[in-house]
Design a protein around this ligand. Structure first.
Ligand code: GLN
Length: 540
């Protein structure tokens, strides 16, 4: 049934960045979803890049690709993992995208005669996008996370757009949740509310009164602090919600439930409670996660390992797959630039499995290839994702097929053995933004392969983000020596999955399975890989 009157929740952040607005939004959404509401979440980012696709992972963490091929903020990954839904291009908006649209319309003559300004043109475009998902009629509640911190210059148009929307939609359809930090001064043994008071005031200066305060804190908030926050921030005492630091982000929905966050939201939006939230599967997941019966050590070989956020979805996929196997997965980050022939044994010898990560460019590539050689020869479970799969192909070409200069033309355009080469359709493209092979594509699996046994399905859809691919000219040579293509994109005949015979578990995929792993439906490849690592460990 279409809902023509969806409710809107806006989540703003105060005091500092990195308070976890994304996790909070996803957790609140989870509770509302568990009560039977159709919920989606969108993120508005105040930077000028049209999308984060052109950002280095060191700048902004992983770029999360949606099924419809949008390169988006990594928070969309949290939304999908928590809610089990698919997000899309419409779920992530940046200032760059907003301006691009307004400027294109100006050039087309849509505003003929008018001066095009931040207010009303930019704020109107922001509002249009804020309402876009709700207007599909597919949702009861749309949560919008506003990136950045209140007080930032670049957030101002968003805050103004929210103010106008609240005024237009009215109290019952619009709610402002402000996420802040209550710092603890250890010298004084005291939690401090002043930064929160200031940030709520700053929001008020822009015409927005927060309805609910969510307070990140290392220590529980007592009644007195809650009363103080309520009094000085102009909110009800029961609308002061504590968000204590947690061991795993997956605890946050349950902590919010204890604070009655969902009920407070529903009562303010005049929505029925629908009984108790159904969190059965979520709790089963948590109990498996917290009570592992075994441990495995898996190496994550990549070049962005110093920054946890760069491989966010891979790390989360291991958490889901570990829980499914009741096994704690210890991920050991290994900087591929530091791997050499001499130290590879020392770096990888103790591991129960190795994942070679996606990536772009030359840096660290030889270390990845050395890592693949080591796990191939020592029969350690191997999982290669995108560039990781390409490295497996290069390594096999060099050392088994004896093509010494085998390489990807991304790294060596002059190689005589371009075993990984640019896709035909990519050759004419010169613009960098949004032009890779992006989003969900079909893959047909061959029977009697490991991958088929894992997916238990012949047709699968997985998400992509790459320009290069396996060069089919070499396929016969590879297959004759035991590296086979077991999954193919039928439309373009592209190799999507390779496997190695005579190896307990050696799978490389051109796509990104980590983007589809969810708490309640862990990705089968990750589940199988963790299981293979457990079996490998047992036999050691
Ligand atoms: N750089 C490689 C390509 O463009 C791999 C990309 C990736 O790992 N996401 O094909």
């Amino acid at each position: 049934m279409k809902n023509s009157q969806p409710k809107y929740i806006f989540v703003t952040g105060g005091v500092t960045s990195s308070l976890g607005k994304g996790i909070f939004s996803a957790s609140l959404a989870k509770l509302l979803q568990a009560r039977g509401f159709r919920v989606t979440i969108q993120k508005f980012d105040p930077y000028i890049n049209v999308d984060p696709g052109t950002l280095n992972p060191y700048e902004h963490g992983e770029c999360y690709v949606t099924a419809d091929g949008a390169e988006t903020d990594l928070d969309l990954g949290h939304y999908e993992r928590f809610l089990g839904i698919e997000t899309s291009q419409a779920n992530n908006v940046t200032t760059g995208a907003v301006y691009q649209n307004v400027i294109n319309r100006e050039r087309a003559g849509d505003y003929l005669g008018k001066t095009v300004q931040v207010i009303p043109h930019i704020t109107d475009e922001i509002q249009r996008r804020m309402l876009q998902l709700g207007e599909t009629g597919n949702y009861d509640i749309v949560i919008t996370e506003i990136g950045g911190t209140v007080g930032d210059i670049e957030s101002l148009p968003y805050i103004e757009a929210v103010r106008q929307l609240k005024w237009k939609l009215g109290e019952k359809r619009c709610l402002i949740v402000h996420l802040t930090l209550i710092p603890y001064l250890s010298a004084a043994h005291e939690l401090k509310t002043k930064p929160t008071q200031h940030s709520v005031k700053m929001l008020l200066e822009s015409g927005i009164q927060a309805d609910i305060l969510v307070c990140r804190t290392e220590h529980p908030l007592n009644k007195e602090i809650r009363r103080k926050l309520a009094l000085f921030c102009n909110v009800n005492v029961n609308s002061v919600i504590q968000a204590l630091d947690v061991k795993t982000i997956y605890d946050v929905p349950l902590n919010l439930l204890e604070e009655n966050a969902d009920e407070i939201v529903l009562s303010k939006l005049k929505l029925p409670k629908h009984g108790e939230p159904d969190l059965k599967n979520w709790k089963i997941f948590l109990s498996r996660l917290k009570n592992p019966t075994q441990t495995v050590k898996i190496g994550l070989v990549g070049k962005y390992v110093e920054l946890q956020d760069a491989y966010k979805s891979i790390l989360e996929s291991f958490i889901h797959a570990g829980a499914a196997n009741e096994c704690k997965v210890k991920v050991v980050s290994i900087q591929s630039e530091h791997i050499t022939e001499n130290n590879v044994e020392e770096k990888l010898g103790e591991l129960d499995g190795v994942l070679v990560a996606p990536g772009f460019g030359d840096r660290g590539i030889e270390g990845k290839i050395i890592a693949v050689k080591y796990v191939r020869e020592n029969k350690i479970p191997f999982f290669g994702i995108c560039l990781g799969m390409q490295c497996a192909v290069i390594e096999f070409g060099r050392h088994v097929l004896k093509m010494k200069d085998a390489h990807s033309t991304e790294m060596n355009p002059k190689t005589k053995h371009p075993v990984i080469d640019m896709m035909e359709e990519q050759k004419q493209i010169t613009e960098k933004g949004g032009t890779m092979r992006l989003g969900s594509y079909e893959c047909r699996l061959f029977k009697k392969t490991k991958s088929f046994d894992i997916y238990k399905n012949q047709t699968i859809f997985e998400r992509h983000r790459h320009r290069y691919e396996f060069n089919n000219k070499f396929l016969k040579d590879y297959e004759s020596k035991g590296m086979t293509a077991v999954g193919i994109n039928p439309q373009q005949n592209l190799v999507e999955i390779i496997e190695l015979k005579d190896h307990p578990w050696f799978i490389g995929v051109q796509f990104h399975p980590e983007l589809r792993s969810k708490v309640e439906t862990p990705h089968p490849l990750f589940v199988a890989f963790v299981k293979a690592a457990m079996e490998f460990k047992e036999k050691k």
